[in-house]
Design a protein around this ligand. Sequence first.
Ligand code: TRP
Length: 334
Amino acid sequence: MIGDEKILFSGMQATGNLTLGNYLGALKNWVSLADEYTTFYCVVDEHSITVRQDPAELRKRARNLLMLYIAAGIDPEKNCIYYQSHVSGHAELAWILNCFTYMGELQRMTQFKDKSAKHADNINAGLFTYPVLMAADILLYQADVVPVGKDQQQHLEITRDIAQRFNSIYGDVFTIPEGYYGKAGARIMSLQDPDKKMSKSDENTNGSIYLMDDPDTIMRKFKRAVTDSVGSIAYNEEQAGIRNLIDIYCACTDKTPEEVVREFDGKGYGEFKPAVGEAVVSRLKPLQDEFHRLEKEKGYIDSIIKNNAEKASYYSNKTLRKVQKKIGFPERIR
Ligand code: TRP
């Protein structure tokens, strides 16, 4: 706890362009949680290099992601928005925690199994110890809560296991974090395959709405969205495409599925699809405008980057020094 508030930590990778799914499922929640907690929102660029990256591209995406956090409504003066690579404690604590994590535990991680199948030519040790770096991220700030998607639940569990193991040897060093999985229903599916989650790494770009898509692109993608031959707007399992469109419409307009079904009673898909497109366009507009404004505020963004890296370093160093002392590293001479 810092002051009276509990601590929240979360991070996103700067690979691929953020989608509407990332926004409605994660970023939007982060904005509302910011009032309640002392927050650290990290751009986890060190995690990104577990798969090969183009340097210029990585640098640009990392900055864009940081600006998107701000454009989405997270106040960077009150919330610590920063780059993982600017705070050396992440890598330092990860090394230490590596020595408290078992090969067998890491071998069980489903994300490691999936990613090594996908990048069979580059199964590097970083890909294997990815969850340990994530544990270091979280434990460095003594985080109480960690909002993540279901796909990260296993990583959060190993974080708790590592922390508990460490604490059982050295005393109460780490806060044991809880996952925060948000509300159900915020899971947005691909517009081209409603059985698959909307993903920033999807090769079929028509399936995903990117946060920076212009209005014409958004409208076109919605008009092409895969539906069914039933022809009526109902919220059920069989009409997965329409259900997804209803979910998106609800998330953008704060309506309930029942209200939407009533609103479009007797109307066809030809009318519903563009309505969803328009709701998304107007929901994203303020964020896009703000992003474009921030792109021009280079000095301001640079100052945020610098100040927040200092703030994050201050808090993370407190934990790191304590850990180093507990495990018996020699004291620093001042
Ligand atoms: N692994 C997370 C993901 O891909 C990103 C991440 C890295 C993270 N470190 C974190 C999320 C710490 C929460 C807390 O989604």
